[in-house]
Design a protein around this ligand. Structure first.
Ligand code: NDP
Length: 247
């Protein structure tokens, strides 16, 4: 399988895993739609990719809003006629103890990490069904497999992403020839910790980062490419990717 000429929509493309994945897909010849809220970041990345000979378009998007996700998908369909890949990557991780009752942060995690995945999936599915082909990647986490103190709500959202991925794969693989891959990374260097407003957890995560060599976004971009390049008869349903030093 080659992804040259394929059309991909990457959410959370303004930093971290999403930006690295967009760069990687464009380097491999895909046309990449860059979706996130920070337009300046998306414009800069689109310019960088285009300058390197690739193809990318900035699509300012809020994944919590279904209409916004549909507008991003429609822009790709109008310009390029299809959508072959969706990388459902946008996410937030503001950690805190439950008894701190940071309910606004809980809600934002549910909105972005869960509803965002559903919205972007709903936005691309009609086109993928019409094409009878496609590949959807859902970014879960090690936190979707086990629960950590301070991460209860985040873990709940990432477990939801893993459950949705599996159900989605069972329904749309056999019927519509659409592959689904759930990715569960361990600790990774990105801007994710900047969302943490609880000083104790922020320090704890900074200490964890100092204690081992983390993954970086490119490692996950390579993982996505591995699943994309698999023969069409093969759906890499789940990938659990950890720093070697993470227990
Ligand atoms: P970053 O903070 O670097 O990236 C998060 C991305 O999500 C940003 O591009 C941000 O863009 C986007 N985003 C946030 N809210 C919205 C929104 N409402 N609409 C659209 N985009 C939004 O973190 P990572 O790259 O590390 O995280 C990417 C994914 O990987 C997340 O789902 C995260 O949970 C998951 N993950 C990360 C791990 C880690 O250790 N870093 C480990 C396991 C999983 P903008 O603000 O411009 O909208």
């Amino acid at each position: 399988m080659s992804i040259r000429g394929k059309v991909a929509l990457v959410t959370g493309a303004s930093s971290g895993i999403g930006a690295a994945t967009a760069r990687k897909l464009a380097t491999e010849g895909a046309i990449v739609g860059l979706a996130a809220r920070r337009k300046d970041r998306l414009d800069a990345l689109a310019t960088e990719i285009t300058g390197a000979g690739g193809k990318a378009v900035a699509l300012p998007t809020d994944v919590t809003d279904l209409t916004s996700c549909k507008a991003a998908a429609d822009a790709l369909i109008t310009q390029f006629g299809r959508i072959d890949v969706l990388v459902n990557n946008a996410g937030l991780m503001p950690l805190s103890n439950i008894d701190s009752l940071k309910v606004d942060e809980w809600q934002r995690m549910v909105d972005v990490n869960v509803s965002g995945v559903l919205n972007a999936t709903a936005a691309v599915l009609p086109q993928m069904i019409a094409q009878h082909s496609g590949h959807i990647f859902n970014m879960s986490s090690i936190a979707g497999r086990k629960v950590f103190t301070g991460l209860a709500v985040y873990c709940a959202t990432k477990a939801a992403v893993a459950a949705f991925s599996d159900g989605l794969r069972m329904e749309i693989g056999p019927k519509h020839n659409i592959r689904v891959t759930c990715i569960q990374p361990g600790a990774l260097k990105s801007e994710l910790y900047e969302q943490i407003t609880d000083a104790t957890y922020r320090r704890q995560m900074d200490d964890l980062a100092a204690s081992m060599t983390y993954l970086d976004g490119e490692d996950i971009a390579d993982t996505i490419l591995f699943a994309l390049n698999a023969p069409s008869r093969m759906d890499v349903a789940e990938l659990f990717v950890l720093p070697t030093e993470q227990g």
